[in-house]
Design a protein around this ligand. Structure first.
Ligand code: PBG
Length: 345
């Protein structure tokens, strides 16, 4: 039997290991590196404004601006980015037709990134909300989200993204059967090397507001919600069933979303399936930390580093965070500082 009694006081003093910097680093069970991060970015059409209020320090980029940002952060170790297109409202319709446009904003962005930065991992989101006039992730038929009609649209959307050069397809709309539908469609079109990172356990959370504002889908959605497809925050066993199904259907990695309030789900998924598990620190989580700093309650840099380390401790292999560029800077600074200490020793 395992005993929780680790020894007899005062022979056992757990503070000994904590006395010096070198010792704390040596004994650390988890660590965070820039390569663990995925940077979610909003890319916009000319007619969409760059600035929006809900995410302090985050903007919507034109393709050329985004390329410059990538040039800045990829040398710091952020090697994967996730794209969210903000398309003009007049291109949104009931059937999300812009999602299939091979010359649309998203495909142009993917091509531009892959051309200039072939080594950067490009992850594209498969869901219809950037393109629907009603702001839902799926197709609405007779007032309901039609699962199986939506699957056909998702397959086309994923194929279009793969043709443009996406490395990873990340279905985020929580329809049943989407992973196998997308896998089959990709394989049939010769994209068997494109991976699927499925948002397997995505909850109907109140923390997506700033994202919806950035995407311009908030007003489209109005008072409607996504609770007939996103999960109930009350459920954990159901998350395990969702992940099991997605793995069976061919997911290469899975996402749990949101992040900080859902780290118990990350731990349970990781322990159960041992599959690459990604957690999404969503828009309102980032905004909360930013605003708490603004009001003087905490230091953002410290808080973000602590929060991301906790994702690692919970078992996340990768973390999607709007703070990726800032965190990469901070980690690089820390690393250089450590190096300086070593060299002068
Ligand atoms: C929708 C989607 C959402 C996010 C990523 N993809 C919002 C939603 O489900 O309404 C949220 C991300 C965030 O809040 O940072 N396909």
């Amino acid at each position: 039997m395992h005993s929780l009694i680790v020894g007899k006081f005062p022979q056992t003093r757990l503070r000994r290991n904590r006395q010096k910097n070198w010792s704390r680093s040596l004994m650390a069970e988890n660590s965070l590196k820039p390569e663990d991060l995925i940077w979610p970015v909003f890319v916009r059409e000319e007619s969409v404004e760059a600035e929006f209020a809900s995410l302090p320090g985050v903007k919507r980029y034109l393709i050329a601006e985004l390329l410059e940002e990538i040039a800045q952060i990829s040398p710091l170790g952020v090697r994967s980015i996730m794209l969210f297109p903000v398309v003009a409202h007049d291109k949104r319709d009931e059937t999300a037709s812009e999602a299939f446009n091979e010359d649309g904003l998203l495909c142009q962005t993917v091509r531009a990134i892959k051309e200039r930065f072939p080594e950067v991992g490009v992850i594209t989101d498969v869901a219809l909300d950037p393109y629907t006039s009603h702001g839902q992730d799926g197709l609405v038929m007779n007032g309901e989200i039609d699962n199986d009609e939506t699957l056909k649209a998702l397959e086309r959307h994923a194929v279009v993204q793969s043709k443009a050069g996406a490395d990873v397809i990340a279905p985020s709309e929580m329809m049943d059967g989407r992973v196998s539908a997308i896998r089959r469609a990709l394989d049939a079109q010769g994209f068997s090397d494109v991976s699927i990172m499925s948002y397997a356990a995505k909850y109907a959370s109140c923390l997506y507001g700033p994202f919806r504002e950035a995407l311009g889908s908030k007003d489209c959605l109005g008072l409607a919600d996504k609770r007939t497809y996103q999960m109930d925050p009350a459920n954990l066993d159901e998350a395990i069933r969702e992940v099991a199904l997605d793995i069976q259907e061919g997911a290469d990695s899975v996402i749990v979303k949101p992040g900080m309030l859902y780290l118990d789900v990350v731990r349970r998924v990781k322990d159960t399936f041992k599959i690459p598990t990604i957690s999404f620190q969503v828009s309102a989580e980032y905004a909360m930390l930013k605003l708490a700093e603004k009001d003087g309650f905490l230091n953002f840099d410290e808080a973000i580093l602590e929060s991301l380390l906790c994702f690692k401790r919970a078992g996340a292999d990768g973390i999607i965070t709007y703070a990726a560029p800032r965190v990469a800077q901070l980690l690089t600074k820390q690393r250089d500082h450590q190096k300086g200490i070593k060299e002068s020793a």
